[in-house]
Design a protein around this ligand. Structure first.
Ligand code: G3P
Length: 537
């Protein structure tokens, strides 16, 4: 039986001296220190000035930015410097209660707000978000070490998602069904059934560290267009980017209390939020915490995406240059910290040497360093995450995997590593590293590749490379994953595509249309006639 280890923790870390350009900031005093401070807070000036108090970012409730009565804060460690970059409020359970109470009453009014008006506000928020892409992206660089250009892309993609969601909401929520009773045996045409989609109430959104803006708006926008109110609990790493994003919604002029954002320790408010009786729906993306949430949440709709071990099956007739490019992009972008990253390559033995050579050549060209320099490989999110990745690498080394590059790590920065000749007895064959290390398993038949893919506890996405579309379709049907990509690496986007995981990868389907539908329920009104309606005339 396959044993999957818990996902690496997404926070924590001690100090180390970095050897890249930002090294010059460590140990500065006086003027130098204030330079660091102004750089660190650069995203919190201008329109964002009101979201911070001293050096602690406020939380958002009842349409206002507030300080927690706890007087405590949670530190956000910059993965690159491994020093505290930001601080956020440690909200209390009483504050969560207040937020829920307000969210409940705000939702009642919001549900009565015309659909076109909800869409209009979302379009406004999208525009404001894009206008402020630079300061928000800067937070992503500092909090989660996302490469500078990717950080900007995340914000722009989020704006586009919000706009598309507004459009889609107007289309799909403006339509319902009309049914007549005489299509069911034994009935006359005496009943007309009208169905429409109505909101669920309060939606709790919990996004992960790797897309704290995009995977927040992918929950916020569908919830709002469908007439729900929204409580956001951002990940600790990424919370400040999320607070900036929430401020864009604030500036757009949404009603007070409709959107709230509470920050704090999962240990203090995590269960309290997910088990709160006011919550009518939870949309969660992250690690296996989601499994625990699903057991505690109660009788409410859940939407969860909990990671993957996406397999890349490569057949003999594949275009190996295309495969190599996709393996490197799919396996190493954002240092492998994507649920949809290629996490295991299953290649036919006869072409394995050629493919590994091509991938190796491309890996050699990846730049490694700080996110500010827009390097391809940047530090992973935390020291505990780096330690977890290292554990997988060492296990593979001990069991005889071939290292295509030398294993190298400095602090949270791990150099990209391709591991060839990985066998099923190695942990890395099954576990999700969430880092820039990629195993290659050589297979002697397609069936062996499919078997490996399906033996995983995960079932998010997979991909197959072949010139034969007929074979590709057979393999796609055989792979037990929510999505199979043919001749391309796994990916969630475009964001209106359905996105779902099987097995431990999640519950429900995402993507804009599915998320809107999931955040509604069906309401029927039946018109009962005293006589069948077709008897006149
Ligand atoms: O949770 C999904 C995320 O980790 C991957 O999204 O857009 O990089 O495929 P994407």
């Amino acid at each position: 039986m396959v044993q999957i280890q818990p996902s690496p923790q997404r926070t924590g870390g001690d100090q180390f001296t970095i050897k890249w350009p930002s090294r010059k900031f460590s140990g500065l005093r006086g003027k130098g220190k204030s330079l660091i401070w102004s750089l660190a807070m650069a995203g919190s000036t201008g329109v964002f000035a009101e979201i911070i108090d001293g050096d602690v970012f406020k939380y958002y409730a009842d349409g206002e930015w507030k300080k927690s009565s706890s007087g405590k804060s949670v530190a956000i460690i910059n993965p690159t410097t491994r020093k505290t970059q930001y601080k956020v409020q440690a909200c209390t359970q009483e504050e969560v209660n207040k937020v829920m109470e307000i969210a409940k009453s705000a939702q009642k009014l919001w549900a009565k707000t015309p659909l076109w008006k909800r869409a209009e506000l979302l379009h406004k928020a999208a525009a404001i978000l894009k206008e402020h892409k630079a300061p928000i992206a800067e937070c992503l660089v500092k909090e989660i070490a996302k490469p500078a250009k990717d950080a900007v892309t995340e914000v722009v993609r989020s704006g586009d998602l919000v706009s598309y969601c507004a459009e889609e909401g107007v289309r799909i929520l403006g339509e319902g069904k009309f049914l007549v009773s005489d299509s069911f045996p034994g009935n006359e045409r005496t009943k007309y059934c009208l169905t429409s989609k109505i909101p669920l109430g309060v939606v709790l959104a919990i996004p992960p560290f790797n897309y704290p803006v995009n995977l927040a708006v992918s929950k916020i926008a569908p919830a709002l267009i469908a007439g729900n109110s929204l409580v956001l609990k951002p990940p600790t790493q990424g919370a400040v980017a999320a607070l900036h994003m929430v401020h864009c919604f604030h500036l757009a002029g949404f009603p007070k209390g409709l959107i709230s954002c509470v920050t704090g320790k999962g240990s203090e408010i995590g269960d309290f939020l997910t088990m709160h009786p006011a919550v009518n729906c939870i949309s969660f993306t992250g690690g296996d915490t989601g499994i625990a949430i699903s057991k505690k949440a109660g009788m409410i709709p859940l939407q969860m995406e909990l990671g993957g071990k996406d397999a890349c099956i490569v057949l003999e007739d594949a275009d190996l240059d295309l495969v190599a490019a996709n393996i490197v992009k799919g396996g190493f972008s954002y240092s492998g910290q994507r649920c949809t990253a290629v996490k295991v390559v299953l290649v036919m033995e006869s072409i394995a040497d050629t493919l590994v050579g091509k991938v190796k050549a491309k890996v050699a060209k990846l730049t490694v360093g700080p996110p500010e320099n827009d390097c391809d490989i940047t530090p992973v999110v935390s020291e505990s995450s780096a330690n977890f990745i290292e554990g997988l690498v060492m296990d593979a080394k001990q069991k005889g995997a071939t290292f295509c590059q030398e294993y190298k790590r400095e602090g949270n920065l791990i150099w990209p590593l391709l591991l060839d000749n990985v066998r099923p007895d190695m942990r890395i064959a099954w576990e999700e590293p969430f880092g820039p290390v990629l195993p290659v398993i050589r297979i002697s038949s397609v069936e062996e590749g499919i078997h490996h893919c399906n033996a995983s506890n995960f079932g998010l996405q997979g991909c197959v490379f072949t010139a034969d579309i007929n074979k590709a379709m057979l393999i796609s049907d055989a792979m037990e994953t929510g999505t199979v990509q043919i001749n391309s690496a796994p990916a969630r986007g475009p964001d209106h595509f359905p996105f779902q995981g099987l097995k431990d990868s999640g519950i429900g389907s995402q993507g804009i249309t599915n998320s809107i539908t999931m955040m509604t329920k069906i309401k029927s009104t039946v018109i009962n006639l005293p006589t069948p309606s077709y008897t006149m005339g």
